[in-house]
Write a protein that binds this ligand. Structure first.
Ligand code: ADP
Ligand code: MG
Ligand code: MG
Length: 248
């Protein structure tokens, strides 16, 4: 069973320690919500797992099925079955969505999909997410609205079928309709039971559509409380103040 294991992870950005000992295990078939106030280090965790060069792991381990993730290149991480959707995806002028997705699929599967099959797969994925056909020819991330960025993330999930997906603020900037489409996409993706999801979010609203099995509260660069879905309800009612006071 695919398992992402994070052990006592410490991460620094420009010599400042941001993550201070994170322990978290995500198995396939599980959905974990990581929730916390702004600036608590949630995105730093996602970037560190993704291998962003600005985020230095100073100690601790990250493994996927026992394999050391931290020693892998960004591409190798994707090939190993990790998917990381970033809060601020980069624009790539001159590369269309369709080309980007076909390269990503090729990298992950180890061979290029037949163009006709890929086109069909892409169309089905886009239809399921109510994405207009013209989207495939647009330049990657250029001028994407919040909703388009998030739909594109979920489209990648459907095509790449990772073992473990880390979704950072997938719900931010979405109106109610887009939130529903994106949530349905995440639910479709996890309904196979073969993939694990780490859903990073500041707000509880997406958790009304995507029910987590576990909720972790993040404050001051570490997990400060853990529980089941009821913990999200408590956060919705009480906010994060209690935790920010404790970790300040
Ligand atoms: P969250 O996602 O929970 O809002 P972040 O991980 O974005 O939190 O930020 C945590 C802390 O790390 C903040 O104090 C932020 O200023 C700092 N930080 C994160 N990324 C960078 C960066 N690239 N350069 C400088 N500081 C950063
Ligand atoms: Mg420690
Ligand atoms: Mg963030």
């Amino acid at each position: 069973m695919p398992t992402l294991e994070i052990r006592d992870l410490h991460v620094a950005v420009e010599d400042k320690e941001i993550l201070r000992g994170v322990d978290l295990t995500v198995r396939s078939g599980e959905t974990h919500a990581l929730m916390g106030p702004n600036g608590s280090g949630k995105s730093t965790l996602a970037y560190a797992i993704a291998g962003h060069p600005k985020y230095t792991v100073t100690s601790g381990t990250v493994t996927l099925d026992g394999e050391d993730v931290l020693s892998l290149s960004v591409d190798e991480r994707a090939r190993a079955g990790l998917f990381l959707a970033m809060q601020y995806p980069v624009e790539v002028p001159g590369v269309s969505v369709s080309n980007f997705l076909r390269s990503a699929v090729t990298a992950v599967r180890g061979e290029a999909p037949k163009l006709r099959l890929f086109t069909k797969e892409l169309k089905e994925g886009m239809d399921a997410l109510s994405i207009d056909a013209s989207f495939a020819q647009r330049n990657l991330n250029e001028g994407f609205s919040g909703g388009e960025k998030k739909r594109h993330e979920i489209l990648q999930l459907e095509l790449l079928k990772p073992k473990i997906a880390v979704l950072d603020e997938t719900d931010s900037g979405l109106d109610v309709d887009a939130l529903r489409v994106v949530s349905e996409g995440v639910n479709r993706f996890r309904s196979t039971g073969e993939t694990g999801v780490l859903l990073i979010t500041h707000y509880t609203r997406i958790l009304r559509y995507v029910k987590p099995d576990f909720v972790h509260v993040f404050a001051g660069g570490r997990i400060v409380e853990e529980g089941g879905p009821e913990l999200a309800d408590k956060l919705e009612a009480e906010g994060y103040e209690r935790y920010t006071k404790a970790s300040a």
